[in-house]
Design a protein around this ligand. Structure first.
Ligand code: ADP
Ligand code: MG
Length: 693
C-alpha cells in the first residue's frame, strides 16, 4: 500500500485546480499522467526581467530579457539552415534563430504582430543582434505572475505555458514534507538539502547556473531517483536469492557429444562464461546471470551448453526470444546443435494455434519436450512446464525486470540466464541489470576478418550500385538497409518498397524485401530465400537489426546512415562479418553532417568493439536516448542523467547494497523512509518483495 502522505501526488493531473480535461491531456503527454509527474517536469530555462534592456542597448555575450514585437518569419531556404524570426522594438531589430525548427510550431507560437518576452544570450551576427533558441514568454505577463524571474519549462504545442506553470504551482501546494531517506552522514558530506527544499529550488532557478545538472539541488534529486532504482533492483535480487534453488550439475554426456561435433573449439571467453554459469547452476540457489556479448561473439553456443547442463539432470530448458523471427532462427541453430546429441527441440510462438499448439503444450507439460524455443508466448498462463530448470532470455532490451520475475515464477527453481547482444556501458548495465551477475564475451571468435567500413556521400549512389553489383556477380550476398524516413513506419515502408523496385529493375529478380509490416510466414519465406542464396540482395527496414544470422552475407549498404543512432548502426553492421569471407559495410550519408553525426560515423570506421562504441554513444548522446528507453522497457530517468551523474549511480548502488545488508526488510526508521522513496519513484513493485510488505 502506498503511504498515505503520497496520495495527493498520485492523483491524475486533471484533478489539479485550473487544469481542464483538454489541457490535462496535453500535460499528460508532456509530463505524465499524475501530479507527481509535474514535480519531475523541471525547467530548462528562465526569463529574468531584472535585466531587460532595449535591443540597441543589449550588450553582446550577455544574457538579457527583451520585450519585442514579432515582425516576420523567415523559414530556411536551404535544408539545415536556421529558421529566423525577426522582432523589433523602438530601438532596433533582433533576430531569433532556431536550428532544426518546426516552422508550423513557431508560426503558432510566435504570430506576427504579437508582443513577446524573450530571453537568452545576445550575439551579434553581421551587426544584427541575435538570440539562438531563446526562452520565450508568449505574452508579457501581468499581475498574475509578478515575479521578476519566470522558469521556462519544456513545452508541447497547444499547451499555454501559463497553464503549465499554474498546474506546477498547484502541484507544489500538494507537496508533503517527507521523512529523510538519505544516510545522514552522506547527506552532510555532499552538502545536500532535504528533498522538498531541493525540489523547490529546482523549480525556482534564480540564475542560468541554477539550471545545470550539477547543482546540489539537482544532484540530490538525481541521487534520490538513482537510489530508488538501485534499491528496487537490490530488493528484487535479494528476494530471488531467498527463493529455493537446486544444484544442477549434469554428467556432461550431452555436452561432450555436442562439443565433439562442433567444427570449432570454444574461445577462452566462452569457456570462462560457461564456467561461471555452471558454478551458478551448481549452487543450491537460483542463477540470475547476464551474458553480455557483442553481435557475433558466440553467445548461442554458450546458452545452448547451459541448457544441456539442465537437460542432463533431467530438467527442461527453454529459450525466449524477443521476436518471432529470432525465435525461428534460434530454433534452427539449436536444432542443428541438438541433432549431434540426438535431441529434439520444440518451438512455441504466438503464431502456433490449434492442434499444433496443443501438442507442444502437452509435451511441455509431460516433460517430453526437453529443449524449447519460443517468444514470450512461452510464459503465458496456459503453458505449464513439467520441470523447467533453466530459462534463457534473449533480451535485446525488450524485456524488463518484470518479465524476468514472471518467468522465474514458472517453476519451483528456475535458473535464469539473460543474454543480450547490445553491449551497453557499465553504468547502464547497473541500472538495467543491477539484479543480475554479469559475464561478458569480449571480442569475436577466431577466423573472422574485420569488416571494412566505408562512408560515402549519398550522391554517389550510382557507384555504390555498381560496386554491389560486382560483388554479387562474384557470389556475394548483400543487405540493403533503407533509411528511417521519420517516426512513422508507413513512410519507412514506402522508402524500402521503392528501393526494392529500383534495385530489382537494376539487378533482376533476385532481390527480396523484408519489413516490419510483413506477416510472419511471408517474412520467413524471404529470410529463408536469402539464407539459402535464392536471392542475392535483401532490402530491409531496420527489422534485420536484431540477431539475424546469415554468415554468407558479406555486403551491407546503409542508406542515410546519419539518421541512425550509433548503437543501431553497430547492430546493423553486425549482420555481416559473420563468416570467414571479408565483409564490407557501405554507409551512405547525406551531407553536410553536423559534428555529432561526423563523430558517430568516424567511430564506426575506426572500431568494431561494441563496448567501446557504446561508451562513445553514451558520451555523444546522454543516457536518455541511448537505448530508446521508452520502447525498451529499460528504466528511464526523469531527474538523473547518467552522462553526468554516473558517480552518483555508483554511490547509490553501494548505498543500496549496504541497506539491503543491514535492513533487508526496510523496518528501521530510515527503512520506512526508503519505502516512501520507492513509492515516490514508482518502484513500489519492489516493496512486494519485502518479507513484510
Ligand atoms: P551471437 O553472440 O550474436 O549470438 P552467435 O552465437 O550467433 O553470435 O555466433 C556467431 C557465429 O560464430 C556463429 O556462426 C557460430 O557458429 C560461430 N562461433 C561461435 N563460437 C565460435 C568459436 N569459438 N569459434 C569459431 N566460431 C564460433
Ligand atoms: Mg542452481
Amino acid at each position: 500500500m502506498r503511504p498515505e502522505v503520497l496520495n495527493r501526488l498520485f492523483t491524475p493531473v486533471g484533478d489539479v485546480k485550473g487544469v481542464g480535461p483538454r489541457f490535462a491531456k496535453l500535460i499528460e503527454k508532456l509530463a505524465g499522467p499524475l501530479v507527481v509527474d509535474l514535480l519531475w517536469h523541471l525547467p530548462t530555462g528562465l526569463i529574468d526581467r531584472s535585466f531587460s534592456p532595449k535591443i540597441a542597448e543589449a550588450p553582446a555575450g550577455v544574457v538579457a530579457t527583451l520585450t519585442v514585437r514579432v515582425d516576420g518569419h523567415a523559414p530556411p531556404l536551404m535544408p539545415r539552415h536556421p529558421y529566423k524570426v525577426r522582432c523589433t522594438d523602438e530601438t532596433g531589430v533582433l533576430e531569433l534563430v532556431f536550428f532544426h525548427a518546426r516552422g508550423d510550431y513557431l508560426q503558432k507560437q510566435l504570430p506576427v504582430g504579437q508582443t513577446i518576452v524573450v530571453s537568452g544570450k545576445v550575439d551579434r551576427f553581421h551587426d544584427t543582434p541575435q538570440i539562438s533558441h531563446p526562452d520565450i514568454l508568449s505574452a508579457p505577463d501581468s499581475a498574475t505572475e509578478s515575479e521578476k524571474i519566470t522558469p521556462i519549462y519544456p513545452m508541447t504545442a497547444g499547451l499555454p505555458p501559463k497553464i503549465l506553470r499554474k498546474a506546477i504551482r498547484s502541484a507544489f501546494n500538494e507537496l508533503p514534507g517527507l521523512p529523510e531517506w538519505l544516510d545522514p552522514s552522506y547527506q552532510r558530506h555532499q552538502g545536500w538539502p532535504d528533498w522538498k527544499t531541493a525540489l523547490t529550488a529546482c523549480h525556482h532557478p534564480q540564475h542560468q547556473g541554477d539550471l545545470e545538472l550539477t547543482t546540489p539541488y539537482r544532484q540530490r534529486l538525481a541521487f534520490d531517483e538513482l537510489l530508488a532504482n538501485q534499491l528496487a533492483l537490490a530488493l528484487v535480487r535479494l528476494s530471488q536469492r531467498r527463493l529455493p534453488g537446486r544444484a544442477v550439475v549434469g554428467d556432461g554426456a550431452l555436452r561432450a557429444r555436442v562439443l565433439a561435433a562442433l567444427p570449432y573449439a570454444l574461445t577462452t571467453f566462452q569457456d570462462g562464461a560457461l564456467a561461471e554459469i555452471y558454478a551458478d547452476m551448481a549452487e543450491e540457489r537460483r542463477m540470475l546471470r547476464l551474458l553480455q556479448g557483442d553481435v557475433g561473439s558466440g553467445k548461442t553456443i554458450v546458452a545452448f551448453m547451459a541448457m544441456l547442463n539442465a537437460v542432463e539432470c533431467g530438467h527442461q530448458a527453454a529459450l525466449m526470444a524477443p521476436t518471432e523471427l529470432l525465435a525461428r532462427q534460434h530454433y534452427q541453430s539449436f536444432k542443428e546443435l541438438a541433432a549431434t546429441a540426438g535431441l529434439e527441440v520444440a518451438m512455441l510462438t504466438g503464431r502456433d494455434k490449434g492442434k499444433a499448439r496443443a501438442l507442444v503444450l502437452e509435451g511441455i507439460a509431460s516433460g517430453a519436450v526437453k529443449l524449447l524455443v519460443g517468444t514470450h508466448a512461452l510464459f503465458q498462463d496456459d503453458v505449464a512446464f513439467a520441470d523447467l530448470g533453466l530459462a534463457v532470455i534473449d533480451e535485446q532490451h525488450r524485456f524488463g525486470v518484470h518479465q524476468r520475475l514472471q518467468l522465474s515464477a514458472k517453476s519451483r527453481a528456475v535458473d535464469v540466464l539473460v543474454i543480450t547482444a547490445t553491449p551497453i556501458p557499465r553504468t547502464l548495465t547497473m541500472t538495467a541489470y543491477g539484479d543480475l551477475d554479469v559475464s561478458r564475451l569480449i571480442g569475436k571468435p577466431p577466423g573472422r576478418q574485420p569488416i571494412k567500413t566505408v562512408t560515402i556521400a549519398i550522391d554517389r549512389l550510382e557507384e555504390v550500385g555498381d560496386a554491389v553489383q560486382r560483388r554479387i556477380h562474384d557470389g556475394a550476398r548483400a543487405y540493403w538497409v533503407c533509411p528511417l524516413v521519420d517516426e512513422s513506419e508507413a513512410s519507412d515502408l514506402a522508402a524500402a518498397t521503392e528501393r526494392h523496385a529500383t534495385l530489382k529493375a537494376r539487378f533482376g529478380e533476385r532481390v527480396g524485401l523484408v519489413h516490419g509490416k510483413m506477416k510472419g510466414p511471408e517474412k520467413d519465406a524471404v529470410m529463408a530465400a536469402f539464407t539459402e542464396g535464392r536471392i542475392d540482395v535483401l532490402v530491409a527496414t531496420t527489422v534485420i537489426e536484431v540477431g539475424v544470422n546469415v554468415p554468407a552475407a558479406t555486403v551491407m549498404v546503409i542508406e542515410h546512415a546519419e539518421r541512425f543512432g550509433l548503437a543501431q548502426l553497430h547492430q546493423l553492421r553486425g549482420r555481416i562479418g559473420r563468416g570467414a569471407a571479408a565483409s564490407t559495410c557501405l554507409m551512405l550519408y547525406e551531407g553536410p553532417l553536423n559534428e555529432t553525426a561526423k563523430a558517430r560515423l568516424s567511430i564506426l570506421r575506426e572500431t568494431e568493439d561494441g563496448f567501446l562504441i557504446a561508451e562513445e554513444d553514451l558520451r555523444l548522446r546522454g543516457a536518455g536516448d541511448l537505448l530508446g528507453t521508452k520502447q525498451s522497457g529499460l528504466p528511464g530517468f526523469r531527474l538523473a542523467d547518467l552522462a553526468v551523474h554516473a558517480e552518483l549511480l555508483e554511490a547509490a548502488r553501494d548505498d543500496a547494497s549496504l541497506i539491503t545488508g543491514r535492513d533487508p526488510d526496510l523496518k528501521s526508521e530510515r527503512g520506512k523512509a526508503l519505502r516512501i522513496l520507492l513509492y515516490l519513484f514508482e518502484r513500489d513493485a519492489a516493496v512486494r518483495y519485502l518479507r513484510s510488505g
